[in-house]
Design a protein around this ligand. Structure first.
Ligand code: NAD
Length: 289
């Protein structure tokens, strides 16, 4: 298949390389020259404009920072430039309203589009083990699966267009809440004379078990291996968690959903970012308690 890949950063770089490994022709574009040079080393064909990269392709995959950029890239350089009937897959994490708006513009112009945000970080992008949450019609999902396969551990059809973004923001709001709760419980145990490792042994087998505690323990040297064991380097940056929480808070406001704990989690990550912690793994909230 001929695939255009737009946005070859931390995530997109590895994803595009996996499409090349699977035998696809990947026509790459990124504003950053180093990203484009790395993509070339990985077997992609580099282009100096999106409109050139999308010429003659079967599919366009994008992995971009936010909704505003996704909308401007698709409206200016993809819609009307890619061949009629091409499949568009936006894998970026963006707000639901923009995902639906861009898909509608694409569909009105004769394209098929899905939103396909991912769970899993840079290691999963490089390793081809991302989980994709896909929003779109049954027909679009069937086509999208073939493109996503070489980059995926799991590909789930969440529902109609936008449903992938809804799943992603709800998942990450829940993740932020149980990460903060896990940090608080570990610290409370320690402050009351219970060794954190002992708390981990008990709670990871009791009703307090959750992914943050069991698989990504945020206290250094306790429980499962995680970025906490490496001064919170690598992993999932607190700045990206804040981005996802802001998307969730925006959607909660628009839909009238009551997200008291999500709001509090957003405030905690907001303060952590303002204090300069944005580059640390999101489990570093533990260090603030
Ligand atoms: P990144 O900043 O490393 O990569 C984004 C790339 O897009 C950059 O190389 C940038 O130069 C390029 N870009 C920006 N504007 C552009 C434009 N107009 N045209 C072409 N290229 C442009 O970010 P990332 O970590 O790869 O994240 C990408 C998306 O994936 C985001 O939406 C993010 O929320 C989501 N995500 C990231 C992670 C993670 O762990 N990093 C995990 C899940 C989801």
């Amino acid at each position: 298949m001929k695939i255009a890949f737009i946005g070859l950063g931390n995530m997109g770089g590895g994803m595009a390389a996996n499409l090349v490994k699977a035998g696809h022709t990947v026509r790459a574009f990124d504003l950053a020259e180093e990203a484009l040079a790395r993509a070339k080393e990985n077997g992609c064909e580099p282009f100096s404009a999106v409109s050139e990269a999308v010429e003659g392709v079967d599919a366009v995959v994008s992995m971009l920072p936010n909704g505003q950029i996704v909308k401007s890239v698709y409206t200016a350089d993809v819609i009307g430039k890619a061949p009629a009937g091409a499949l568009f897959l936006d894998c970026s994490t963006i707000d639901v309203a923009t995902a639906r708006e861009v898909a509608e513009l694409a569909e009105n112009a004769g394209y098929v589009m899905v939103d396909a945000p991912v769970s899993g970080g840079i290691a999963a992008a490089n390793g081809g083990t991302l989980t994709f949450m896909v929003g779109g019609t049954d027909e679009a999902f069937a086509r999208a699966k073939d493109v996503l396969e070489p980059m995926a551990k799991a590909i789930i059809h969440a529902g109609a267009i936008g449903a992938g973004q809804v799943a992603k923001m709800c998942n990450n709001m829940l993740l932020a809440i149980h990460m903060i709760g896990t940090c608080e419980a570990l610290k409370l145990a320690e402050k009351n004379g219970l060794d954190m490792q002992m708390f981990y042994e008990i709670s990871s087998k009791a009703t307090g078990y959750n992914w943050s505690l069991n698989d990504y323990t945020p206290a250094p040297g306790v429980g499962a291996a995680s970025p906490a064991d490496n001064d919170y380097a690598g992993g999932f940056a607190a700045a990206l968690m804040l981005k996802d929480l802001r998307l969730a808070m925006g959607a909660a406001e628009q839909s009238g959903a009551n997200v008291a704990l999500g709001k509090h989690a957003a405030e905690i990550y907001e303060a952590f970012n303002e204090a300069g912690g944005g580059g640390k793994d999101f489990g570093a909230i533990f260090t603030t308690l």
